[in-house]
Ligand binder design. Structure first.
Ligand code: PLP
Length: 396
């Protein structure tokens, strides 16, 4: 029997060489995953935002680790001004300005200066995350990840027909770097998300350094710092500076509140970054790059927003602890609650009250992820959660 050209190994390897995923796995990002989880519960006829409730109250959307503060004022002004030049691809050299600024400011504390050729800007950090996995993983080069952790790389690995090797978090909810580094001598990518999504917990820097120095030769350590600004944790950009096989990802979607504007960055050696380019080089929205530069130019923005989000998170933790609910302390804008019952039932019951929390992970089916919203949103969350949890599990 002859195999169909679409599924034959030679066709598959051609597609891989061409950078096109042959398998039928969609590559997804946080927004898609949050929507997919919501649709499992409500099965809406089409992709639409949930409606206001009977009293006209807007739905509480704390399901996708978004920042309710949105872009800062100067970013909004930059978007406004740059939109006028939107008829051209990059009329004002906004991308070059952003790369220069990033180079000057690399490192949360500004103490690491990476050359501009170590910096690649994308429309969000999802693209470089997916592209790194597509570039370095294959059927003979597995993808190694913690569990639970952010799933996007796993979906990309499946599209690249790579095996996914998952390692439970340690007792302190850190990445088990010894197990991950030992997982496969031919690993394509070892993914470390710090702080981790969904737990909001940290892996000590010395463990990440150890992983970078002890991973198999030829393996890329992908360090995802999407949430680093929300914590006080040290960045790993210095590992890029040391010339190690490390790619560090940052995004403007979290602390800078630009998830819908789309801007993210990959930091790595030029030869590593070059391997990502074959998966796509799209001109960036002029609005995104100027908003990113404006955000970086706000000296106090990160510290101010980190405190606002931490205050809301910590007062939610106080409430959860007072009520006797079990949760995992987080340093980020999301955290997990152990509901002691199927998390999917809790999510569905919360949705009936127009409060949309995040998803569950198969390894912990009773835990639900909750993103930190505004104090008013967290008050609505508390009221809904208490009423859901006070009903018998079967009712929920
Ligand atoms: N990495 C992590 C850990 C995330 O949680 C997300 C989104 O939530 C991303 C990367 C991708 O974000 P974006 O493409 O908006 O930069």
């Amino acid at each position: 029997m002859s195999s169909s050209p679409l599924s034959s190994p030679s066709r598959r390897s051609f597609l891989r060489t061409a950078g096109i995923a042959a398998a039928a796995f969609p590559i997804m990002s946080e927004g898609h995953l949050a929507w997919a989880a919501m649709q499992q519960q409500t099965k809406p006829a089409r992709r639409q935002r949930p409606a206001a409730d009977a009293n006209g109250a807007a739905p509480v959307m704390i399901n996708a680790n978004e920042n309710p503060l949105g872009p800062c004022q100067s970013a909004l002004a930059a978007i406004d001004a740059s939109a006028l030049t939107g008829g051209r691809y990059d009329a004002n050299g906004g991308l070059d300005k952003l790369v220069t600024l990033l180079s000057q400011q690399t490192g949360v504390t500004g103490d690491v200066k990476l050359p501009e050729d170590h910096i690649a800007v994308y429309a969000g950090s999802s693209e470089p995350l997916h592209f790194t996995v597509l570039a370095f993983c294959s059927d003979s080069k597995p993808y190694v990840t913690a569990d639970p952790s952010y799933e996007a790389g796993m979906w990309a690995a499946q599209a690249a027909e790579a095996k996914v090797s998952k390692w439970p978090l340690t007792e302190t909810y850190a990445h088990d770097v010894k197990a991950m580094v030992g997982a496969s001598p031919t690993a394509g990518v070892i993914y470390i998300c710090n702080p981790n999504n969904p737990t909001g917990t940290l892996t000590p820097k010395e463990d990440i350094v150890w992983a970078a120095k002890n991973k198999p030769a030829g393996t890329v350590l992908l360090i995802d710092e999407a949430y680093i600004h929300l914590s006080e944790a040290p960045s790993c950009l210095d590992l890029v500076q040391q010339g190690l096989d490390v790619i560090v990802l940052r995004t403007f979607s979290k602390v800078y509140g630009m998830a819908g504007i789309r801007c993210g960055v990959a930091f790595g050696k030029p030869e590593l970054l070059a391997k990502l380019q074959r998966y796509g080089m799209n001109p960036l929205p002029v609005t995104a790059v100027t908003a990113a530069s404006a955000s970086l130019s706000e000296a106090d923005l990160v510290a101010t927003r980190r405190k606002i989000i931490a205050d809301t998170r910590n007062s939610t933790f106080k409430w959860l602890a007072n009520k006797g609910y079990k949760f995992i302390p987080s340093v980020s804008n999301c955290f997990m609650i152990d509901t002691g019952r199927p998390g999917k039932d809790v999510i569905a019951a919360m949705q009936k009250q127009n409060v949309f929390i995040g998803r569950t992970w198969p390894i912990w089916p009773n835990h639900v992820r909750v993103s930190v919203g505004t104090p008013a949103e967290m008050a609505a969350f508390q009221a809904a959660f208490e009423s859901v949890m006070s009903a018998p599990p079967a009712t929920a």
